[in-house]
Design a protein around this ligand. Sequence first.
Ligand code: NAD
Length: 352
Amino acid sequence: MSVFEHSEFDQHEQVAFCHDQASGLKAIIAVHNTNLGPSLGGCRMWPYASGEEALTDVLRLSKGMTYKAALAGLPQGGGKAVIIGDPRKDKSPELMEAMGKFVNTLGGKYITAEDSGISVTDLQKMAEFSDYISGTSGKFCFDGSPNDGNPAPGTAYGVFVGLKASVEYALNRDLKGVKVAIQGMGHVGYRLARHLHEQGAELFVADIFPEGPAKAAEEFGATVVTTDEILSLDVDVVAPCAMGAILTIDSVNSMKAKVVAGAANNQLATESVGELLREKGVLYAPDYVINAGGIIDIYHQQGDSTAERLRLHIEQIGQTLKDIYARSEAESLPTNLVANLMAEETFKKAAN
Ligand code: NAD
């Protein structure tokens, strides 16, 4: 199938394919839009069943990055790279060298970063062969503490700020005593729990592995519940911090929370679930808006920014969400659609 007829093709500026026989690299880079600046987005290594599957993923993900960067107030566009292969079996320094050279061929139109299957070490190898590799090291976290290149602290702080703004908007209160159910006690979920605990929130946590919840129970007095019940608890806020597609017709219908605000990517099983949330009076923080702290962090690690500027930039997530909520109410549109409209207005305007 031609790229131009592909169902996920949406005015992408450039789609580049690479095959390097010596290393076995098979990769695709998609640059969706560069109106706001060079495209930025992670490199994912995944054992795709076919080139078609990899193309679908890279077209969809690169477009998502354009929207995310636009609403995060970044002077950057959207792009993404995928490597076809199993990161546990097919990785080699030669493969990363070939990928670095491939990124370099785009001359800075695409800047890569970490995604599933790619580590900081892999990026460091790529960076030997290209100037357009970010996330190889970090200088500072938003709170001034050292940064090892992991974007999770920035993501978690952004989700915390966004959750707080959402509670203010929907419930007209601060976080003291607010009941929050966090699905997933991983890199982001655990850090979010700490921020919320510091503000006096009451926590409920679930994970498929026991270690994270046990730690949250001990350190933050969180109540550990099962993964089956976490989304339907009698709480004020649900914070999805595990995997995507968890907001389905069934899960939303059994939800008692009035706010959904969490880090997970692609939380809506289908876009129409956004309308169901609106009808039920549940305020949904669009995932790519509230979880942008990590990409904002990566942006500030390049160049000569400071921890203070990074923190202030992440904190803008709260106002962006409030703007989305106000427009959603004024125009009777679900928040996910309003976010898309606002992102499009931003990056399409930049073309003029
Ligand atoms: P992680 O892998 O560290 O944590 C995810 C946690 O969810 C794990 O502890 C896992 O055991 C748990 N989990 C998996 N399935 C579950 C289920 N059914 N019920 C409950 N728990 C389950 O990942 P992370 O870095 O914390 O990211 C969390 C989410 O946020 C992901 O969707 C990720 O794509 C998204 N995100 C992360 C970042 C970042 O900076 N790390 C940035 C943007 C978006």
